[in-house]
Design a protein around this ligand. Structure first.
Ligand code: GLU
Length: 320
């Protein structure tokens, strides 16, 4: 068999595999739509899409892949990258650690000794990360983040104002977390500005395909495989993927690393991104969440995809 025949079979089978997984799991109705942000409770629980984008720019998609939803915690990955670009790794490490917590994503805890939030993928660490974004005032900071998203996605993005205001008016837990960090000097005085920016970065509207393109950009050393635009300095990719691998799936991160074995991040809207370095980005969207806040169907799809396509990073032989 020639190389090109081999790659035809592989790429054709991506579509077959995701179509198969979509029909296998579309009737799975376990889990609940997030309702602690009132606006999110309006999400249609039946929505379901899967998308793969390869580093060569090939796109495979199935289900409701054009549906817009808010990116939520998946934003933490990309804003962490922007903070690394803005300040460098050493400084960012003085403000946010890289240790998994084993606690819920919104736990109000800091590292006992350093007073840093544990990692940038939980809310405390993400708010601290957001407070590091450079810019002259709130509008410039938001515009810088919107430009950043544009590089990863390849189109203009918008904040869902209803979700933003819904979260802003009910986000007392995040506000409490920010005050605790202010008390320990981990973020500066301007708490409301940092929180607004954090709520806005979470309220950016994306599709499942957008998620896969963003993940593929990380898989492709920071270059968007469709537009060929550089979204982030490649030197930070390993830092981002490392924290995704160890901390990206809330307090399910260890089991995820064990079973699925690829860097990933989920959000409470039901999105998941997963990155297979040098190969592809995966996006899954289904709003029904398990107890830890991960999409029930999304986790199942990624487990199966990893198994069927041999994606686990430590599965020798299959993924070479
Ligand atoms: N904006 C949400 C919050 O801060 C994001 C949570 C998530 O997706 O995990 O609660």
């Amino acid at each position: 068999m020639t190389d090109s025949q081999e790659s035809d079979i592989t790429t054709q089978s991506f579509l077959e595999v995701i179509k198969d997984l979509h029909s296998q799991y579309k009737s799975l109705s376990e889990g609940k739509v997030a309702n602690y942000i009132p606006e999110l409770a309006k999400l249609n629980p039946n929505l379901f899409s899967i998308c793969i984008v390869t580093v060569d720019g090939e796109i495979y998609e199935v289900g409701d892949y054009q549906q817009l939803f808010t990116i939520q915690s998946i934003s933490k990955v990309f804003v962490y990258g922007q903070a690394l670009e803005d300040h460098g790794k050493d400084y960012v490490l003085t403000r946010v650690g890289v240790e998994p917590t084993g606690d819920a994503f919104n736990a109000i805890i800091l590292d006992e000794k350093s007073k840093r939030p544990y990692n940038p993928m939980v809310n405390a660490g993400a708010i601290a990360t957001t407070s590091l974004i450079k810019g002259n005032g709130a509008t410039e900071k938001l515009n810088r983040l919107l430009e950043m998203y544009k590089r990863y996605i390849g189109r203009d993005v918008f904040v869902d104002i209803s979700v933003f205001t819904s979260e802003r008016s009910t986000g007392h837990r995040n506000r409490a977390t920010a005050h605790l960090m202010l008390n320990f000097g981990m973020i500066d005085q301007n708490i409301e500005e940092a929180l607004d920016l954090y709520f806005q970065q979470c309220s950016v509207l994306v599709t499942c395909k957008d998620l896969a393109v963003m993940a593929a950009t990380l898989a492709n050393k920071g270059v968007n495989p469709i537009t060929k635009e550089k979204a982030i300095d490649s030197q930070y990719i390993k830092d981002i993927l490392s924290v995704m691998y160890t901390c990206g799936m809330y307090n399910f991160a260890g089991e995820w690393a064990y079973k699925v074995g690829i860097p990933a991040k989920s959000g409470v809207c039901g999105g998941i991104i997963a990155v297979v370095p040098g190969k592809m980005g995966i996006g899954v969207f289904s709003p029904l969440l398990d107890m830890r806040g991960n999409s029930v169907r999304g986790v199942k799809v990624c487990e199966e995809l990893s198994h069927r396509l041999g994606l686990h990073l430590f599965e020798s032989g299959k993924n070479s």
